[in-house]
Design a protein around this ligand. Sequence first.
Ligand code: ASP
Length: 443
Amino acid sequence: MKLHVQTLFVAIGLGIKRNWHIFIAIIAGILFGNFIHENPTVFSPLVKLLNIVGQAFIRVIQMVVIPLVCSAIVVGISSIGDSKQIGKFGKKMILYYGIITVLAVIIGAILVLLFKPGVGVQEFISQTSAFEIQNQVNSVIAEQKGQIGNLFLNMIPQNPLESLAKGEMIPIIFFALIFSLALSKVGEINRPIVSFFESVFAATMKITDWIMIFAAPGIFALTTVAVSSFGLSIFSTISKFFAVVFLGFCIQFFIVYPLILRLFSKVPVSTFFTAVIEALLVAFGTASSSATLPLTIACCEKRGISHKICSFVLPLGATLNMDGTALFQVVAVIFLTQAYGVTLEPIQIIQIMILAIIASSTCAGIPGAGLITIALVLNGLGLTPQQLVEGFAFLFAIDRVVDMIRTTVNVASDAVVAAVIADNENEIDYDLLNNTEQYKEII
Ligand code: ASP
């Protein structure tokens, strides 16, 4: 296990050497954001400006997500052609995403029950400004009540164009998969459409390259604004809760992923993390798996994983596979019940774990979504409405920083699963993957 951790650090080190500008942008953003937090009035116009820069960066990446996802799926699936092979990929994808997420909730539950970070913090939780978010919380809880029943129905678009316009990822992917499968069955007549989407895919990848020129300033701005709102001192107030969540993320990242890569594939762990480091840094900066998707696809494809696998596994992963989010939700919910002295039966703990898996899969890959869907997990645990509001207010206050880390975990697991399936299916070019010196620059 020691070796895994060591090789991962080497991998991250290599990646950072290549991406030093993004890494420095993150560190500078953390330091400058903290400085602004301590001197808020002097810098408030600057924060507004940085916020615009950061949001502009996220928007331009989001701008390419839908054309990229649609074109990637059409090109990928129609090139697979054989529906049996698609079924095989699909089964493996569900299996690996399932294993990773179940492990995440188990790790979260064990850690929070072992370290009990919630005991004795009720006082502190109720001091956060609960009234400010009262209405928001009530509507979130009401909205989430019908969620499970509608979960599967909502995947099917009534009108694909409407889903496209609204940017609803899951219905879009659903339609794109069926459409591509149909295209693969109609023979040569599919050429014009497939060529059209091949061009769209190539162009969106080119735009992604251009956008990445602005990655360092964009991520600096996003990190500065995020840290300026909470300041580094927040870590001392929430230290135990944060430490437990962080430990869970580290176990997932440094132990579970290397183990999955080792056990189920021959993908070298350190090389793999070197290959996807740009995507991980952007995930940290943007706190959005969807916005990071163009980068995740670019890193995986340019470094050896076939387009067939990337186009299928990564878009679905960016919307459905949120193991970092599920882990966070389990810790956060049990933390709140500990804070309010609610005793949980073992069956309720299992219920929390199952609901966290569902809630995390329903959450969009955008900043803060994992916190909103937590309402689904919190239901029916014996907390009063007042306590729910207070708990939410507390989690809201610290969410951005946790979100940046859990998004990095979410994106890493998408890439791990893509790599493992690619290995199993002979869809990986090991000469390209192992030649880290020759990696084509993405940023
Ligand atoms: N921000 C996360 C993501 O995009 C979702 C969450 O809020 O947990 O992966």
